[in-house]
Design a protein. Structure first.
Length: 120
């Protein structure tokens, strides 16, 4: 399937040919077209849709159970979150980084482990 940004896109303000570039916001990569004359920006519609899904998930609060498994505790991660993350990059069966950030706060980081694995 052909991408919409593979076509020539003219700025709706000044009719100049827009140039393709990228923008990172909240660690999320956007493909954008920018007008060199008036600096008008156009975000790729698919990237904007995925970002909106990310914001909706980010603002949602999930209640999950903690279970005793052997000598450790296990916390289930909702399928909705893992499905979204899996669409972005393959994370199943990967090691993750778990940190005790503050009193009553744990964090799970999926991306730093992958970067380390690529370097080695």
């Amino acid at each position: 399937m052909k991408d919409i940004f593979d076509n020539t896109i003219l700025c709706n303000k000044c009719d100049s040919k827009m140039q393709r570039t990228e923008l990172i916001k909240n660690r999320f990569l956007f493909r954008i077209m920018v007008c060199p004359k008036c600096d008008e920006k156009l975000i790729h519609p698919v990237d904007e849709q995925e970002y909106n899904r990310f914001i909706n998930l980010k603002n949602k609060e999930f209640k999950v159970k903690m279970r005793l498994v052997g000598n450790s505790y296990a916390v289930s991660i909702p399928k909705e979150i893992l499905s979204f993350m899996n669409e972005q990059k393959n994370i199943m069966d990967e090691m993750v980084k778990l940190c005790f950030e503050d009193m009553g706060r744990l964090s799970i980081n999926f991306s730093e482990i992958k970067k380390k694995n690529r370097i080695q």
